[in-house]
Design a protein around this ligand. Structure first.
Ligand code: KG4
Ligand code: ZN
Length: 352
């Protein structure tokens, strides 16, 4: 089954063509970094306008790259279905991709399905060779979410724990701002930290209760801010050491909790997904610590950690083969509503 995926939940306009949820024929991502950079973060109104400009060229490019040289049938006639991000995300941005997908599916007379962005991040590991067998535990670390799930199928997820305040990616972004380094913060801090000494400045680790799987990063953020404020007049603030110390604190907690979750569930496979999974130190630390326990770690390649449409198409495949198609009256959502996805604590009987 050949699925066109479309993703416009935040500041990336993306389209991809994927076969049977595993083989990527094309994946195009148009980033808006240059647009939002002067503002130090994503400006929602600008983001939706840029999506409107980019959606048609990006979808065109994805389709023509996927079917290049195969001219017997018009390219878009080879699509069997469309999958599009329905939420969570910025409403104005989501609406661009969602409305486009609805109309395109209607025009082509093919089924379409709205996809939860978080489920798609978890499914991104199935676009890589040797994906994890079910069940496994997944650490989703993005700009808006930091959560651990017990995953029993492509479409069944049980939330085991999540952040009580900031997401890990958000903490990276805020520390970058505090250091005057701007947006997009995660990648900047990750790079800077490579030249720093992670042991020079020790920031707190918020394990909360060591037996649950919730997170908190706001205390760490405050500690970093206080450090910067107290050292700024001394003209000796080693930005790379601050970045490395901060990063090590985040990575220690993430690695400890996902490995504990795997042990608790008796899972020998872990997935680490979302934008922060591109962080080199996180990749190295989880692989090292999990290796000591005989646990196998699955982390997507860099281009599949950040937002992309291949993961949307891969997830859509599993919904469409189950006949779960969306209706023309369906709408986008900014936060995961209770009836919309199995990724929700309210649908679970326990939280662990
Ligand atoms: O999954 P994603 O692309 O978008 C959301 O769904 O939120 O994640 C974006 C987040 C941002 O907070 C960004 O700063 C962070 O991922 N990020 C990183 C790195 N690359 C992106 N965080 C740490 N290290 C990185 N190398
Ligand atoms: Zn994302």
């Amino acid at each position: 089954m050949i699925i066109l995926g479309i993703e416009t939940s935040c500041d990336e306009t993306a389209a991809a063509v994927v076969i049977d949820g595993t083989e990527i024929l094309s994946s195009v991502v148009s980033s808006q970094i240059a647009v939002h950079h002067p503002y130090g973060g994503v400006v929602p109104e600008l983001a939706s306008r840029k999506h409107i400009e980019a959606i048609v060229p990006v979808v065109n490019e994805a389709i023509s790259k996927a079917f290049k040289g195969k001219h017997k049938v018009p390219a878009c006639k080879q699509l069997d279905g469309i999958a599009v991000t329905q939420g969570p995300g910025l409403i104005g941005s989501l609406l661009v991709g969602f409305s486009f997908a609805k109309s395109f599916a209607f025009a082509l007379d093919i089924p379409w399905t709205g996809i939860n962005h978080l489920e798609a991040h978890i499914n991104s590991v199935f676009l890589e060779p040797n994906p994890p067998p079910f069940p496994f535990v997944a650490l989703l670390v993005s700009g808006g979410h930091t959560s651990i799930y017990h995953v029993t199928s492509h479409t069944r997820f049980r939330l085991m724990g999540q952040t009580r305040d900031d997401a890990a990616g958000e903490a990276f972004d805020k520390v970058s701002k505090m250091l005057g380094l701007g947006y997009p913060g995660g990648a900047i801090i990750g790079k800077l930290a490579e030249n720093g000494d992670p042991e020079k400045i020790t920031f707190p680790r918020a394990y909360l209760n060591k037996t649950d799987f919730d997170f908190s990063f706001s205390g760490l953020k405050t500690a970093v801010n206080r450090y910067i404020q107290t050292h700024k007049d001394k003209h000796e603030e080693p930005a790379c050491d601050i970045a490395a110390g901060f990063q090590e604190s985040v990575v220690d907690v993430l690695s400890y909790k996902i490995i504990s979750a795997a042990i608790k569930k008796g899972c020998s496979h872990i997935a680490v997904v979302g934008g922060v999974a591109a962080n080199r130190r996180l990749r190295e630390k989880v692989r090292h610590d999990a290796g000591l326990k005989g646990i196998t770690v699955h982390i997507p390649s860099f281009q599949l950690c950040g937002d992309n449409a291949a993961m949307i198409a891969a997830t859509g495949y599993h919904y469409l083969i189950d006949g779960k198609v969306s209706d023309i009256s369906d709408d986008v959502y900014s936060r995961s509503p209770h009836n919309c996805t199995q990724i929700d604590r309210s649908l679970t009987t326990t939280t662990s």
